[in-house]
Ligand binder design. Structure first.
Ligand code: IPE
Ligand code: IPE
Ligand code: MG
Length: 228
């Protein structure tokens, strides 16, 4: 076991789950759970440099999350506005390149504008923070396949080239918090040979130390890709 070569992850994705249960456990309104969730994101982005990762992808809002009550969606969008406003200067300063996956253009016009400004201002950054907004993996694959077909040839390579993640390193490790063990329409194609790491921690309690622990576990995993 100990003589396995240690490997370093380039790209980690996280399904940030459990904000609602965190709030319930602390007898707080659901919105507070989401606010604490934003704080967990901030801690992680601040630690990004020290992780050595090239890319961290965070599932922030799924294409199915529109099914939630209007009030909760409003809270989430409000938090997004505030987060971009307060943290964008830090992104620029720390060389974090923002990327969005999913159809963010369906969000409110002012958020779309803020996001596009943030994308432009962080374009020179070295490490990528990819945020999944209005993201659904099945929709992404269907669209990529249609675009590949329009280009003439449908192969795994041409589909991959049309995914939102085409410019990102291959996904190494997928983390989900809060004890759930499902993908919820996240990175289905990209996780074909990703390693999985699950924790019972609710997202607002997730810290950079948990990420380090996941990366240490990953370093000792044996990946075979179907070979032997
Ligand atoms: C994750 O927390 C945040 C989003 C999906 C936006 P949840 O809101 O899903 O929290 P639980 O799963 O109900 O605890
Ligand atoms: C997945 O969490 C989406 C995000 C974390 C943004 P959900 O809480 O929406 O997933 P389900 O409904 O439990 O599968
Ligand atoms: Mg959930």
């Amino acid at each position: 076991m100990t003589d396995l070569p240690q490997q370093r992850a380039r790209h980690v994705a996280i399904i940030m789950d459990g904000n609602g249960r965190w709030a319930k456990r602390h007898h707080l309104p659901r919105a507070m759970g989401h606010q604490k969730g934003v704080e967990a994101v901030r801690r992680l982005v601040r630690a990004l440099e020290s992780t050595g990762l090239e890319c961290l992808t965070l599932y922030a809002f799924s294409s199915e999350n529109w099914k939630r009550p209007e009030e909760e969606i409003r809270d989430l969008m409000g938090l997004m506005r505030r987060f971009i406003k307060s943290d964008l200067p830090e992104f620029v300063e720390n060389g974090v390149r923002l990327k969005i996956i999913g159809d963010y253009t369906a969000l409110d016009a002012d958020i779309v504008e803020m996001l596009e400004d943030a994308l432009a201002r962080t374009a020179g950054g070295g490490r990528t923070l990819a945020v999944a907004l209005n993201y659904g993996s099945q929709q992404e694959i269907a669209r990529a396949a249609a675009e590949a077909a329009a280009g003439g040839e449908v192969t795994t390579e041409t589909i991959a080239a049309h995914l939102d993640t085409a410019d990102l390193p291959p996904l190494d490790l997928l983390i989900r918090t809060s004890g759930e063990h499902r993908l919820s329409n996240f990175l289905l194609w990209q996780s074909a040979y990703a390693e999985f790491w699950f924790t019972e921690e609710l997202w607002p309690d997730f810290t950079p130390e948990h990420l380090s622990q996941a990366l240490d576990d990953f370093a000792r995993r044996e990946r075979r890709y179907g070979g032997r």
